[in-house]
Design a protein around this ligand. Structure first.
Ligand SMILES: Cc1ncc(C[n+]2csc(CCOP(=O)(O)OP(=O)(O)O)c2C)c(N)n1
Ligand code: SF4
Ligand SMILES: [Mg+2]
Length: 279
């Protein structure tokens, strides 16, 4: 049965700070999901302010442990490939605690989407630096400024084998919706990073508003890499947003499962007596 719900709001009280970039992501996601068959949708979230998004959208969801969004989403997709699985992870969550999970999901080309709420700070734990905080970032754990250079997650994803690599900015609503929608519709592993200012611990609105610009979709890996390298998460250069890379490739579950749907497989019913014997 096809199920469509109109606004997808829930009873949960929203506890994000006023001005948080997460609101724009939430609104886009609600709009996109309300056009889809919500019965076949599953949201998976990590731990952090971003993770609360699953409380605010009336769709089946799984609140997983820190950094394990790609692993949990992969498990759900493998159990039932008929589901559309969309993960929501933080930058600390996906690039810190769970980086290898993210890279292996990209390598396998599982047909899931992972949306990163990249505020470049640990928001929920009140302002520590993350792998994409700029050099010199002053926060709770780096009061004199971080001495580490950030890495570029889009480059990592391209190299790991993601077949859809995109970035958007929460303050560019049209682009945000377009990129998320195309990421979800892509067959294969979709990596969508959203620059999402944390109003309270790292207010980057002015910085992004001055630098962000939209690109036309790029064709070819070399040009994608060149464009991705334009901004290194520290420099004062312009910041491209849009779809950098898209490729068609067989998915992990297509190759592994050969049209089998494990969730629909008949299981042997264990009788009470047998169970007693086992126990
Ligand atoms: C294994 C593990 N380490 C640390 C924590 C504590 N912790 C909870 S949320 C969080 C930071 C989350 O930051 P991020 O993923 O960037 O999400 P944001 O709050 O910025 O949305 C940390 C370190 C935890 N829950 N589990
Ligand atoms: S701490 Fe930052 S990321 Fe978390 S809700 Fe507040 S503004 Fe948003
Ligand atoms: Mg964060």
């Amino acid at each position: 049965m096809t199920e469509k719900k109109s606004d997808l709001k829930t009873y949960a009280k929203n506890t994000w700070c006023p001005g948080c970039g997460n609101f724009a992501i939430l609104n886009s996601v609600r709009k996109i999901f309300s056009e889809m068959d919500t019965e076949k949708l599953v949201m998976v979230s990590g731990i952090g302010c971003h993770g609360k998004i699953v409380d605010y959208v009336d769709v089946s969801s799984f609140y997983t442990i820190h950094g394990r969004v790609p692993a949990t989403a992969t498990g759900i997709k493998l159990a039932n490939p008929e589901l559309t699985v969309v993960g929501f992870a933080g930058d600390g969550d996906a690039y810190g605690e769970g980086l290898l999970h993210l890279m292996f999901a990209a390598k396998r080309n599982v047909d899931i989407t992972v949306i990163i709420h990249n505020n470049r700070v640990y928001g929920l734990t009140t302002g520590q630096f993350t792998p994409t905080s700029p050099e010199g970032f002053k926060g709770k754990s780096t009061p004199r400024g971080s001495v580490e250079r950030p890495f570029n997650p889009l480059l990592l994803m391209l190299d790991a084998g993601a077949t859809f690599v995109a970035r958007s900015y929460s303050n560019r609503m049209k682009n945000l919706r377009m990129v998320i929608e195309k990421g979800i519709n892509h067959r294969g592993f979709s990596f969508v990073e959203i620059l999402q200012p944390c109003y309270t611990y790292f207010n980057t609105y002015d910085y992004y508003n001055e630098r962000v610009y939209e690109i036309d979709e790029i064709s070819g890996r070399e040009d994608a890499e060149k464009k991705i390298r334009e901004w290194d998460y520290s420099s004062d250069s312009r910041i491209p947003i849009g779809i950098f890379y898209r490729e068609e490739r067989d998915t992990f579950e297509e190759k592994m499962l050969d049209n089998l749907i494990p969730a629909k497989r008949k299981r042997k019913v264990i009788s009470g007596k047998l169970l007693e014997k086992i126990v």
